[in-house]
Design a protein around this ligand. Structure first.
Ligand code: FES
Ligand SMILES: [Fe+2]
Length: 371
C-alpha cells in the first residue's frame, strides 16, 4: 500500500479544516471530502490500509479445509482454516495477478487462479503451475501468497492490511462486557446469508447516515414504529460507538428487548438483537460508489420477516444517501452544523477521520524532512 506524498495530501486537504472539532458546535466534514478525486486513493492507504475490518464469522471457517473469500481495502483476500489455524492471504495470483477462487479436488480444498490455473495451498504456498516446470527462474517453493493479519473477537474475524494504531482488543474494549450483560452470545451464531447493495454515494455518506438516529422518524416510518426514539442513545468509545434503543412493539419480527447498533471504525457495523446479528461492511468502489455487504447470522433459524424488514429500511437509506450525495456534488453546500445530541456518532466518526488525515500529513512531512 503506497504512502501518499505530501504534495498529494496538501492538495486534497486544501481549504479543509483538519483541526479537532469540539463536540458542541462542530461542523460536518466539507463536501469536497465526499467527492470523486484523490481523497479515495488517500483513504485507501491511510484508513483502509491500517484499521481492523470485519471479514466473516467463525461459523464460516470452522473446520480444517474451510475457506472464505472476502475483500478488504480493495484487495481480495482468502481466509483459510488449516492445521496451523486461521490465516488470511492476498487472493492475487503471483503469476500475472489473476483472481483466485476456492476449489476442491482430491479430497482437499485449495485456491486456484482462474487465469492459468496456478494452485495454492491453504498455507499460501504455491502447489502447482501448469507447464512451468523447467522454466528458467521458476522455483515453486519460493512462491507464496502474502499474508494479512487476522484477529478474532467473540467469533467475529477481523483483518488488517498493515500496522495500525490499536490492537483489536483495544478497538473493542468493553464491548464483550456489554454483550454479556445483555445476554448476547455472538460466537454461537451461525452464518445464514449475504446480501449486497451497490449505492451511488461516497462510503462516508453511508457511514454518516448509519451513525445517527436523527433521521429515523423522517426516513424510516416502519422502523420508527418499533424503536423508542425518545430513549435512543449514543455512547462513544475511542474506536467504536454504540447506538441503542429499546424495542417498543415488534412482537412479530423481533419480540421485545433492546437493539444494539455498533459502529467499529472505519467501516464495520454490528446490528444486534436477541439471537440475531446482522453485520454491515461498507466497501468503497471506484467512481465514488460503495457496496454494503449485509451478513445475516442467527442462533437458531432466521427470524421471520427479518430479511424483508431489513430490505425496506435499507432501500430508504439508499434513497436518502444517494440524494444527499447528489447535493454534496452539486456545489451548493460546503459544510453544516452537527446536532450535538443526535449526531454525536457522526462527530465521533469524522474526528477519527480527521485524526487519520492529520497523521498522514504529519508522516508525509517527516518523510520530506528526512529526504
Ligand atoms: S495469473 Fe494466475 S495463473 Fe496466470
Ligand atoms: Fe437509516
Amino acid at each position: 500500500m503506497s504512502t501518499p506524498t505530501l504534495v498529494r495530501l496538501e492538495s486534497a486537504f486544501a481549504n479543509v479544516d483538519l483541526d479537532a472539532q469540539p463536540a458542541a458546535g462542530s461542523q460536518a466534514l466539507p463536501a469536497s471530502m465526499y467527492r470523486e478525486g484523490p481523497i479515495a486513493e488517500i483513504e485507501r492507504s491511510i484508513v483502509f490500509g491500517r484499521h481492523w475490518q470485519y471479514l466473516g464469522h467463525r461459523s464460516q471457517v470452522s473446520m480444517i479445509g474451510d475457506l472464505l473469500m472476502a475483500s478488504i481495502g480493495g484487495l481480495d483476500v482468502a481466509i483459510t482454516r488449516s492445521a496451523q489455524g486461521l490465516r488470511g492471504f492476498h487472493a492475487v495470483c503471483r503469476h500475472r495477478a489473476g483472481p483466485l477462487e476456492a476449489c476442491r479436488g482430491g479430497g482437499k480444498t485449495f485456491l486456484r487462479c482462474r487465469y492459468h490455473a496456478w494452485a495454492y495451498g491453504l498455507d499460501g504456498q504455491l502447489l502447482s503451475a501448469p507447464e512451468m516446470r523447467g522454466a528458467d527462474g521458476f522455483d515453486e517453493t519460493s512462491i507464496r501468497l502474502p499474508e494479512i493479519e487476522l484477529a478474532e473477537f467473540e467469533g467475529l474475524i477481523f483483518g488488517r492490511l498493515g500496522p495500525g494504531p490499536a490492537s483489536l482488543e483495544q478497538v473493542l474494549a468493553d464491548v464483550a462486557l456489554r454483550l454479556t450483560r445483555a445476554g448476547h452470545a455472538l460466537p454461537t451464531l451461525r452464518f445464514h446469508e449475504r446480501v449486497s447493495y451497490d449505492i451511488d454515494c461516497n462510503w462516508k455518506t453511508y457511514v454518516d447516515n448509519y451513525l445517527e438516529g436523527y433521521h429515523v422518524p423522517h426516513v424510516h416510518p416502519t422502523l420508527n414504529a418499533i424503536l423508542d426514539y425518545r430513549s435512543y442513545t449514543t455512547t462513544l468509545s475511542q474506536w467504536h460507538s454504540l447506538q441503542s434503543s429499546p424495542l417498543e412493539s415488534a412482537p412479530d419480527t423481533y419480540g421485545s428487548g433492546e437493539v444494539l447498533y455498533y459502529f467499529i471504525y472505519p467501516n464495520t457495523m454490528l446490528n444486534i438483537l436477541p439471537g440475531r446479528l446482522q453485520t454491515n461492511r461498507v466497501l468503497p468502489l471506484r467512481g465514488n460508489r460503495c457496496r454494503i455487504e449485509f451478513d445475516f447470522l442467527y442462533r437458531d433459524v432466521p427470524l421471520a420477516n427479518d430479511r424483508e424488514f431489513s430490505d425496506v429500511v435499507q432501500q430508504e437509506d439508499v434513497r436518502i444517501c444517494e440524494a444527499v450525495q447528489r447535493n454534496l456534488d452539486s456545489g451548493s453546500y460546503v459544510s453544516g452544523l452537527l446536532n450535538p445530541t443526535r449526531e454525536s456518532g457522526v462527530h465521533h466518526f469524522q474526528e477519527l477521520l480527521r485524526t487519520d488525515y492529520r497523521e498522514a500529513l504529519r508522516r508525509a512531512k517527516e518523510i520530506r524532512r528526512q529526504a
